[in-house]
Design a protein around this ligand. Structure first.
Ligand SMILES: [Zn+2]
Length: 353
């Protein structure tokens, strides 16, 4: 863990790039950083030198990795960048740059590892927010696999047919041959068209339509869209989580998302300046919620699992440190043979085929 980059050359031009376990990487003295002496490595095949942070978000940060992780952690707990800068005694620019790097690394990690899960019950919903000004309303589409609580996909943008389709098709594509899952959404107009297009009759799909009055929900209608009464009864009987058709799991999750992002707080001054910033930060949050933070409803005896553990994507709760290194190792790993051995960091995750 302390020297995860030791085994492979990060230089993309090098003939031994990304190959672990060869003797081409050797210690090559030390260099000074603000936090002290650090080891440098050299690749004997291409003569390039690098440090253990090369290729990770920690590259040339001039501060400890702990300091970096702390900033990232605060940002997924809903603290805004100005507050982080004040609390941690860093400049606003540094904080913004670190978070941006962390977001990119997390997005890469999510893409690689959120796949091959079992899809038995899917719930989808949208969060309303805005970027720049209150007039530019944007929607965050989220999808969740209910039995594992895995947050499978996110799309940010207008409340359009295309975004609805992207959400459902991304989740479906990542799942392991979904077999007639139970799908529940709200009554938003494009869902039924999209679900029909993607699944045809190979799912059970229902909508929970809530009518809002001034002081809360006045009526809840449960509508069967695809599937017979009997298929619904079967699907709900096999579900460990739902007795009735509901969207409460995704709604609960969307509340967590709102609380974990300074961009999404209501009546906040820190709304996102662009759709991209918002989408990137959601990837960081997704990484945190799926792989790092144990989920309270997944408590089994003494162990509380993360959604990724429950979905069989990881064998333990990961840390940001592991994820940032792993995202890097995998970047290298992808370049050459898939059979090459990952360092002990990589072996902690069950590799998606
Ligand atoms: Zn090299």
């Amino acid at each position: 863990m302390s020297r995860p980059n030791r085994g492979a050359c990060p230089n993309k031009e090098c003939k031994d790039h990304g190959i672990q376990g060869r003797e081409n990487v050797v210690p090559h003295g030390f260099f000074k950083s603000k936090i002290g002496k650090r080891r440098r490595y050299r690749c004997t095949s291409c003569s390039k030198t690098f440090s253990s942070n090369t290729g990770t978000p920690y590259h040339r940060i001039q501060h400890s990795r702990d300091a970096f992780d702390h900033v990232v952690q605060l940002s997924v707990e809903g603290v805004n960048r100005s507050a982080i800068a004040r609390v941690c005694g860093r400049s606003w620019d540094t904080v913004a740059r670190w978070i941006e790097r962390a977001c990119r690394s997390a997005a890469n990690f999510n893409d690689k590892h959120t796949r091959d899960f079992e899809l038995t019950e899917l719930q989808a919903d949208e969060i309303r927010t805005f970027v720049q000004s209150k007039k530019r309303v944007r929607w965050i589409f989220t999808a969740m696999e209910v039995s594992s609580r895995l947050w499978t996909s996110t799309v940010v943008g207008r409340r359009s047919y295309r975004n609805t389709r992207d959400l459902i098709s991304d989740t479906t594509r990542r799942a392991r041959d979904p077999e007639s899952p139970l799908i529940t959404t709200d009554g938003f107009v494009f869902y039924s068209r999209v679900v029909r297009e993607i699944y045809g009759g190979a799912c059970v799909y229902g909508q929970v339509v809530k009518t809002w009055r001034k002081n809360g929900v006045s009526t809840v209608d449960r509508v069967r869209v695809i599937g017979s009464r009997r298929q619904f009864a079967n699907a709900l009987a096999t579900s460990e989580d739902s007795e009735k058709l509901n969207t409460s799991f995704i709604e609960r999750q969307n509340l967590t998302i709102r609380q974990g992002s300074a961009y999404l707080c209501r009546r906040s001054l820190c709304h996102a300046k662009s759709e991209e910033t918002l989408a990137e930060h959601l990837e960081l949050q997704r990484c945190y919620q799926n792989f790092i933070r144990p989920h309270r409803s997944l408590k089994f005896g003494k162990i509380t699992r993360t959604p990724a553990m429950q979905a069989g994507l990881a064998t333990k709760a990961l840390t940001f440190r592991e994820i940032f290194f792993l995202a890097m190792v995998e970047l290298l790993f992808d370049f050459k043979s898939r059979t090459s051995d990952l360092s002990n960091v990589g072996n902690r995750l069950r590799m998606a085929a």
